[in-house]
Ligand binder design. Structure first.
Ligand SMILES: *Cc1c(COP(=O)(O)O)cnc(C)c1O
Length: 222
């Protein structure tokens, strides 16, 4: 067996019930995605629009696509109707654009809001206080064709497990706070956190979706 199908199978066996595996296949050739698919993987995460559009046409129709990268709104048209879950909605402007284009296309799009809790300046996402405001002010009520399914986040890029743990715990607290303060929100049940290096800690903190690339497909050639 290849490394890819080995890793997929052992992840499927070892992830706790209720934790979904998103195989992050960005920068890897479609042959690698097929190997993962043949080993039983269905959810794939991509982060670049042109790369996704090409791979999407080459994979079986029941492949489930999560978009996990920053999206420029001028490229959004190419994704509408093809992405099953936008995990990286990092601004209200992008959310509005997804909603407008989805309404025009006559479809409902599913999204996660990306929250910035990590220490790095460069990461995208809503700040914790802004995400709380968004929900307490019920700003989601103006959406016509978008379903907010939960939150996505990343921990600080560090070797310090306590810092990583604290970041995941904060994401989990925000997720629970939104659920309690906004009980009329339906189907808000996805908390996507955890990557190759930190998914065990993410799961311990209540992650429902882990996004794993390197541990399945190996290093990426950027
Ligand atoms: C690339 C990427 C991952 C996967 O990271 P690995 O360390 O390769 O597992 C997960 N989430 C996001 C948002 C990414 O961009």
């Amino acid at each position: 067996m290849s490394h890819i199908s080995d890793s997929i199978k052992s992840l499927h066996q070892s992830l706790p019930q209720g934790v979904e595996l998103v195989a992050v296949s960005k920068f890897h050739p479609v042959e690698s995605l097929r190997e993962a698919y043949d080993a039983g993987q269905r959810i794939f995460g991509e982060s670049r629009v042109a790369e996704f559009v090409e791979k999407e046409t080459l994979m079986p129709a029941d492949t489930v696509w999560h978009f996990i990268g920053h999206i420029q709104t001028n490229k959004l048209k190419k994704l509408i109707g093809k992405v099953d879950l936008y995990e990286s909605v990092d601004s209200e402007h992008l959310l509005t654009e997804i909603d407008e284009l989805s309404a025009r296309a006559g479809i409902i799009s599913r999204v996660l809001l990306e929250v910035h809790v990590a220490g790095e300046e460069s990461k995208f996402g809503f700040l914790p206080r802004d995400i709380i405001d968004f929900f307490t002010q019920k700003r989601y009520e103006r959406l016509k064709a978008t379903h907010i399914c939960g939150l996505m986040g990343m921990a600080t890029n560090t070797d310090d497990p306590e810092r990583i743990n604290a970041d995941f715990a904060q994401l989990k607290r925000l997720f629970e706070q939104i659920k309690t303060t906004t009980p009329d929100l339906r189907g808000f049940d996805i908390l996507s956190m955890g990557m190759s290096g930190d998914y065990h800690l993410a799961i311990a903190n209540g992650s429902t979706h882990v996004r794993i690339g390197t541990a399945i497909f190996g290093q990426r050639d950027y």
